[in-house]
Design a protein around this ligand. Sequence first.
Ligand code: GLY
Length: 459
Amino acid sequence: MGYLIIPASKEYGEIERMKIGLVGDGGREHAIARKIAESSQAELFVAAKNINHGIRSIAKGYAQLNMTDLDGIVAYFEQNQVGLVVIGPEATLIAGIVDKLRAKGILAVGPTQQQARLEGDKSFMRYLLNEKIGWGSPAWKLVASIKEAEAFIRSQGEVVVKPVGLTGGRGVRVMGVQLKDINEALSFIQELLETNSSVLLEEKVIGQEFSRLAFICDGKVIPMPVMQDFKYAYDGDKGMMTGGMGTYSFADGKMPFLTSDEIKTADKLLEEVIAALEKETGEPYRGFLYGQFMITRSGLRLIEFNVRLGDPEALNVNTLLEGDSAQLFEKLASGKLSKADVQFKPMASVVKYLVPEEYPGKLTHDYFFNLDENKVSEADFTLIQASVMKTGETEWKALGSRTMAIVGLGQEPAALAEKIDALIDELKPQGLRYRKDVGNRDNILQKVEMMNRIRGVRK
Ligand code: GLY
């Protein structure tokens, strides 16, 4: 073990310096790293593909490694006597890093390879819901031919087309949004079938999506505040899907367009899924679970599971999380976390990502911009670095993906969102854009009205 608990005292404050490993280099990992670095006991060692200046500046060690080079990652942590590792990216989890770390006696926050199929294989996820739980899925079909696809689309009307494996949140296309009609849907399915043996088609459901994330510790589901992610590239949910342009949450951890019962139903599904998954794999789940849900006219539907913290959601929750996260992660990874160990500040949160104009498309030119980090902290906000290179004191170069995010905490999302917009308009980072409607008051009110209408016609 890389860190020692001094037996003379039961107080966690008496732990020798904990060497904590972190895998990943995005905004999610910068938010996790900042929170871990608040702990005076923690020393952070990072395995990441690219250099994230924000993470590197607070880490004791930083190794550039491929995110599926499991042996390289484990060896790096072993060499540095790291005792506990938090894994950010899904690709590393799905490749089986947790099994490898545990085999070396290193504690890990994350699901095992078998458990990570919940995110890595959407057909397994639908199978688990249908066969072991019996509720929660929209109508779906795994199709292996255009003929099957056409028959399902004709039976459903509009559908959502999902590649079965990982797509970084950008592979899903929806009829009526990115796919104009059945012909466009079928040609996208054809394209996917050229490199995949099957494609998942799901009934297109209408309602409001929300993110319910939880710490999962040996069957216990310890929820985080409900958040809403803005997945589309532009205001008004226009354009392609992205990794997520921004998120907000309310101080009470709920959402004005959701009832308490709807949130409880989401938590019930998380509990049932974890019980089924632990039974199916014979292993306790110790990590994060992220349910992306929608309330529809027929009730709650599970859109997707992720076996990691979401991004941007990780930025909200790590900023809201109270206490020492090094201690929390150690308890989580050793099966000892309880509800009482997890507290969030009773505040609202808003995250807005800045992205290159051309995102999520391929960038056709360099994006150099100026942004003074001090101005962000002076305004009482946090700057999270993601896909960006620091080239000078206030100079940056945006890389291909989401560039950086501004995170704010306050009394309620709308006022916070306005303040963040005003700050971004003042900073004017050249070539970057963001979504103004994240946390916007009218946007939230429209959602409340929409859900009232939907509930009024519930079958
Ligand atoms: N917020 C979406 C994701 O992390 O996949």
